[in-house]
Design a protein around this ligand. Structure first.
Ligand code: ZN
Length: 256
């Protein structure tokens, strides 16, 4: 069985000094590729280095809405060049109305800039969207989107909201929340986006599955997320694994 973790943060401090073990564990769990996402411009060089060092790692570069700063607007000039150095897309980028870490207007400016760069380069995006689906769709209408689309990670919307994003060519990745097996809305949405628009993630070191609750979450825990997805969809794990891997290869242009 070959799997892809469509979204994790190997740059996180919790992994410093232990990445050889974490990636060996991921390999043992069947992961052929992990897509790590930087959250600040300070991490871009590290993301690129991880992708160069480990054949299993691909990276996306971006600025996360929780961490955007005024000065990032000038650093975004360098994003296209940094992506050309070996990233498979732009992210983690997005909008979040449920945080008070950063003002929404700044989030919007930083997001729109990244969206424009992704559109011009036509590279996929990894999006974070919390409490801001309408706001994000508004940015899509205003700026446009990359033809290659991308993913909304840890997607929390309904099947109806998913439809609106699919119309723009986006897919969705889900992870630890699946293991709570507690939301009819989420199950309905999963059945709607499956098979073509569903990818699997861990968001390591965040969102540990219910079966392995300790932090840091690690990519090897993707097997719990896979089991939960297969249960909800009433399919075999092998079938779901094949589907999510095919989708990740398509969205990010991976070679496994
Ligand atoms: Zn993330």
């Amino acid at each position: 069985m070959r799997l892809v973790d469509a979204h994790c943060h190997l740059e996180a401090e919790e992994f410093a000094g232990r990445l050889d073990d974490v990636i060996a564990g991921a390999r043992d769990a069947g992961l052929a590729k992990l897509i790590t996402a930087s959250v600040t411009p300070d991490q871009w060089a590290l993301s690129l280095e991880l992708a160069r060092t480990f054949p299993e790692v691909a990276c996306v570069l971006g600025v996360h809405p929780w961490y955007c700063r005024e000065e990032d607007l000038s650093l975004l000039d360098g994003l296209a060049g940094a992506v050309a150095m070996g990233a498979v897309g732009i992210g983690e980028a997005g909008l979040d109305t449920k945080t008070d870490r950063t003002p929404f207007l700044l989030q919007e400016a930083v997001f729109e800039w990244q969206l424009a760069i992704a559109r011009n380069l036509n590279v996929p995006m990894v999006l974070h969207c919390r409490g801001a689906f309408n706001e994000m769709l508004h940015c899509f209408r205003k700026i446009g989107v990359p033809q290659r689309g991308g993913i909304l990670h840890n997607f929390t919307g309904s099947a109806e909201v998913a439809e609106q994003f699919m119309a723009y060519g986006f897919a969705f990745s889900l992870g630890g929340v699946l293991t709570y097996r507690n939301s009819r809305k989420r199950n309905d949405m999963l059945r709607r986006i499956y098979p073509e628009h569903f990818l699997l993630e861990t968001d390591s070191p965040d969102i540990p599955p219910v079966e392995a609750k300790d932090r840091p979450n690690v990519p090897a825990n993707i097997m719990h997320n896979l089991r939960a997805a297969a249960e909800i969809l009433e399919l075999t794990e092998e079938e779901v694994a094949e589907t999510i891997t095919r989708n990740a290869v398509r969205v990010f242009g991976l070679t496994l």
